[in-house]
Design a protein around this ligand. Structure first.
Ligand code: NAI
Ligand code: COI
Ligand code: MG
Length: 353
């Protein structure tokens, strides 16, 4: 049966990197007989322009009906003063699909060690995953108010929301190096104190997993100072948002990192962790790897299409090893030439096999 993929290209560099991801998917699927169909929907700023809403009902329905969702990125200055912002659509689709667990890998590929700002041997071997709670916390809490003389945001967590994300993280750790770091601000925040209590209970169900606790400020430092310490970091929505951009940077570039957002049931959503990069849109400088790596994650986790995913992963590694990379990694390739080089690798390997 053919896999149905909902495609949400979004704004600014979104359509540029989506085109790259889909071109690579097409080449790898042809080489491995992976059968799929794409259905594209407006989302974010593009949807506001087309329909007045960042998440039109047809887009949500299409996403719900798909086997997996590929999203590039939304938002940007064009909609800064619009009645509705594209980001509202992003929060709404995550909530509507119940995508509470956001998995953000941080892995320094061998070919990219010299491109990391850390560059030394602390970096090599860096391979950890941030498990970010995605549908609660301060991005969703009420009351929320913006007045001339004050503003309010509210951080709320239900115990059940904390427990399910902790369990997702512990389960993941069991498939990796059996180590969890719970990141919070339990010296100040009530929500974090509850996280620690529940983490201690959940940990007792996973005796093979070692656990440590870090305050978020210290964790931010340790990610730079000792990134190989981490295996699975579990944290709440806001902290995970911030720490994952920081962690991405030590891999060489924010422009390479994918993510998966999953719920209890229904399709997962795969997207780069970065935004729509309005500063480089239309220049050919957008790194397509974040989108291509999101395609790889989708193939592995939603479709168990390991051969197709491996085909792309090997082509990416070979392309980087040949020194072909976009300016964010210090190279001179364009989005298009990088994508073509990866497709060429897929076809060359196919011809040889
Ligand atoms: N999931 C999503 O769609 C997200 C959307 N946003 C939205 O994106 C818009 C822009 O936000 P920014 O704060 O500028 O963050 P951003 O992540 O778009 O860009 C930050 C920096 O990273 C660079 N960058 C990002 N992706 C890149 C890529 N693939 N290749 C090369 N360089 C890349 C950009 O050029 C920029 O210098 C905002 O409206 C924001 O709300 C932000 C984060 C996530
Ligand atoms: C609208 C934001 C919460 C998007 C973002 O920065 C992210 O998900 O990483
Ligand atoms: Mg973010």
């Amino acid at each position: 049966m053919s896999a149905t993929i909902a495609v949400l290209p979004g704004d600014y560099i979104g359509p540029e990197i989506m085109q790259a991801g889909l071109a690579v998917l097409k080449a790898a699927a042809a080489a491995t007989n992976f059968d799929y169909q794409l259905k594209a929907y407006p989302f974010g700023g593009a949807a506001i322009d087309a329909t007045g809403e960042p998440l039109p009902a047809t887009t949500l329905k299409g996403a719900q009906a798909a086997d997996a969702i590929l999203l590039a990125a939304i938002g940007g200055p064009k909609w800064d003063h619009a009645t509705q912002r594209p980001e509202a659509g992003l929060l709404a689709i995550r909530k509507a699909l119940g995508l509470f667990a956001n998995i953000r890998p941080t892995q320094v590929l061998p070919a990219l060690v010299p491109r990391s700002p850390l560059k030394d041997n602390i970096v090599s071997g860096t391979d950890f995953v941030i498990v970010r709670e995605l549908t609660s916390g301060i991005y969703f809490g009420e009351p929320r108010e913006l007045a001339a003389d004050h503003a309010i945001d509210t951080m709320v967590y239900q115990a059940s929301e904390i427990e399910r994300i902790l369990r997702a993280g512990f389960e993941l750790a069991q498939t990796r190096r059996n180590h969890v770091t719970v990141v919070d601000k339990a010296n100040v925040l009530a929500t974090s104190k509850l996280w620690r209590q529940i983490a201690a209970q959940v940990a007792s169900d996973y005796p093979t997993v070692t656990v440590d606790y870090e305050y978020v400020d210290a964790a931010a430092m340790k990610i730079i100072q000792q990134p190989t310490h981490f295996d699975v970091i579990i944290t709440e929505n806001l902290f995970g948002d911030i720490l994952s951009d920081e962690a991405a940077t030590i891999t060489g570039s924010l422009g390479t990192i994918p993510s998966e957002s999953r719920g209890i049931s229904g399709p997962s959503l795969y997207e780069p962790i970065h935004g729509s990069a309005p500063d480089i849109a239309g220049t050919g400088k957008a790194d397509p790897l974040s989108m291509i790596n999101s395609v790889i994650l989708m193939l592995r986790n939603s479709f168990q299409a390991q051969a197709t995913a491996d085909k792309i992963a090997h082509a990416v590694a070979a392309t980087l090893a040949a020194g072909i990379m976009t300016p964010d990694l210090g190279g001179t390739a364009t989005t298009e030439s990088m994508t073509s080089a990866i497709i060429e690798q897929i076809k060359t390997k196919e011809a040889m096999s």
